[in-house]
Write a protein that binds this ligand. Sequence first.
Ligand code: AMP
Length: 249
Amino acid sequence: MKILVPVKRVVDYNVKIRVKSDGTGVETNGVKMSMNPFDEIAVEEAVRLKEAGKASEIIAVSMGVAACAETIRTALAMGADRGILVETDVELQPLAVAKMLKVLVEKEQPGMVILGKQAIDDDMNATGQMLAALLGWSQGTFASKIVLEDGRAVVTREVDGGLETVALALPTIVTADLRLNEPRYASLPNIMKARKKPIETIKPADLGVDPTPRRTLVSVAEPPKRQAGVKVKSVAELVEKLKTEAKVI
Ligand code: AMP
């Protein structure tokens, strides 16, 4: 069984996000970019399934600017076998990504697609669900455990207030949550080996998809700066301030 893992290049999670001075978006110039953390978890899970003999090949797919090839290389260093880069300078939104993934899925015929539950840059949490809907496949979102047994994927899902376990007919779409696993660091020998693994580069037009955004970003603003706190000398003073200054009681 092949596993397809879409990996998105995003601003590194350690970077303090800065809004562009004209409010048109988030500053990415000169900013460290990395693989979306939930996608690292997805790659790790695919590699573990391969190591357990449950998967035969792992294909990492990234869509976006040419530098997304680096994100694919990271997946290859973690253990993916080959990569596909869908190269475009157009800003990609989940529906366009899902439509292009659908065409790749139809071509590659994986038994499972493991995506991140959401990309930490736009927090959409939509691509996996859209892909499942477009393909008409089963889906297990927010997965914290995946067991392949009897030709099904038994997925434990993180839901509000607990866990839900669903059995999914294959082929299926799974989205990875934080507790699914702890991704490995790629070792130096594996980083070297990854350089020789193939990455095919194609364009959205090769997949017959027009990725033009359907939504326009109107503006991006930073949250208001927090005011400095004050120390009060007594409970009475605190109550007074809450009444007269904060006006919350
Ligand atoms: P989102 O719906 O944008 O929150 O993203 C959910 C997941 O879809 C991500 O964790 C990735 O696995 C996948 N994905 C979204 N955008 C891309 C992209 N441009 N390239 C590859 N995978 C993507």
